[in-house]
Design a protein. Structure first.
Length: 132
């Protein structure tokens, strides 16, 4: 008598016989994050280049990033800033929830000048803006 596990394995490994197929468009990019990768991905995500364009036009002394923002893609924008020689010198500060340890490390690895938890950022905001 077959066991439930045997039955599940048999069903999972048999060839699909019903004929329904969904074609999925895929594209591969090289490992790592650089300006070329960002310029390839951003249009696919319908992201405007306005942040990099604003940085090029205004040349701010400081760029502050909410690292938890999914809409603004802060790590992609940071990589774009750091990849552009004319923008690479802009001081960058990111703030994030203290529980997102991996995001903190990713931001540091991507070249964020300073990363702090949200509560520390709020406490130091006056000094940060005053020293910009």
């Amino acid at each position: 008598m077959p066991t439930a596990t045997n039955t599940i394995e048999a069903l999972a490994t048999q060839e699909y016989k019903y004929g329904f197929v969904t074609e999925v468009e895929t594209e591969s990019v090289p490992k790592g994050l650089n300006e070329d990768v960002i310029r390839l991905i951003s249009p696919k995500k319908n992201e405007p280049d306005w942040m990099l364009e604003q940085a090029q036009a205004l040349r701010p002394a400081l760029a502050i990033f909410d690292l938890n923002s999914q809409r603004l893609q802060p790590l992609s924008t940071l990589a774009g800033l750091k990849a552009d020689a004319s923008l690479a010198g802009i001081r960058t500060i990111g703030f994030v929830s203290h529980v997102h340890v991996a995001l903190i490390e990713a931001a540091r690895s991507a070249g964020m000048d300073e990363v702090m938890v949200r509560s520390a950022f709020v406490a130091k905001l006056g000094d940060i803006v005053g020293n910009a």
